[in-house]
Design a protein around this ligand. Structure first.
Ligand SMILES: Cc1cc2nc3c(=O)[nH]c(=O)nc-3n(C[C@H](O)[C@H](O)[C@H](O)COP(=O)(O)O)c2cc1C
Length: 210
């Protein structure tokens, strides 16, 4: 049995100092203790931003491999690198702040570079099939206000939908909400998130079922 691999995705504009990043890091630290020998890949889209998807970059995705220009080949190589990290991961840990009611634009740019027909999803007669199956994702969602479980939480549905689209259907959201609404609420929210971390960062059996 090979050692599991965890991909740690950081998207806070404060990079590793973000509250979402710190909770995700606490999870990763505990998970590593529970799963000795595991590999961790770190991808920080605040520190190393992914460019916006524009017509030229999307054109590279559509071009046939044999007719790609040099520039298109470098776009594909970058997208391939991001997808390869996801493919190698058994577990994905995402630090997810809410900015202006949605995901950080850096994370959206990342999503736009890993949604590639034939690589991470496939069109079939029965609809879209996600290709990155057999993975588990933990999402550490931090917010200044409170939205979870209400119609105002546009972020959770979007992230869940996107991950399912590329085949990642086993997704656990851990929320720390109301972080801007006073010290007591903030502390309570962080304590609840930490209890979830202690509960979830346990030894896992591999491989996960596809
Ligand atoms: C630019 C910006 C926009 C924000 N927009 C929202 C928002 O729409 N709703 C909300 O509840 N909190 C909002 N917040 C608060 C963040 O969600 C909160 O501070 C969260 O902990 C940020 O995570 P981070 O520290 O990992 O970056 C915003 C914060 C920033 C910096």
């Amino acid at each position: 049995m090979t050692a599991p691999t965890l991909l740690q995705l950081t998207s806070s504009l404060f990079s590793t100092d973000g509250q979402s990043s710190r909770l995700a890091q606490e999870f990763v630290d505990e998970w590593r203790v529970a799963n000795p020998g595991a590999n961790v890949i770190a991808r920080d889209v605040a520190r190393s931003p992914v460019p916006h998807l524009d017509a030229a970059r999307f054109g590279a995705f559509l071009a046939k491999p044999e007719s790609r220009t040099l520039e298109q080949r470098s776009v594909i190589a970058f997208s391939d690198e991001l997808i390869d990290e996801l493919r190698r991961a058994d577990v994905i840990v995402l630090g997810l702040p809410m900015y202006n009611f949605g995901v950080p634009s850096t994370l959206k740019a990342y999503f736009d570079h890993v949604a590639r027909a034939g690589e991470t999803f496939r069109y079939t007669e029965k609809g879209v099939v996600g290709l990155l199956t057999g993975k588990k994702a933990y999402v550490f969602a931090t917010r200044g206000g409170k939205y979870a479980g209400t119609g105002l939480d546009l972020e959770t549905g979007f992230v869940r939908q996107f991950l399912a689209f590329i085949g990642i259907e086993d997704v656990e959201f851990i929320y720390a909400e109301g972080l801007a609404t006073g010290d007591a609420t903030r502390q309570g929210a962080l304590n609840t998130a930490r209890e979830a971390i202690a509960r979830l960062a346990t030894p896992q059996s591999w491989p996960l079922a596809a």
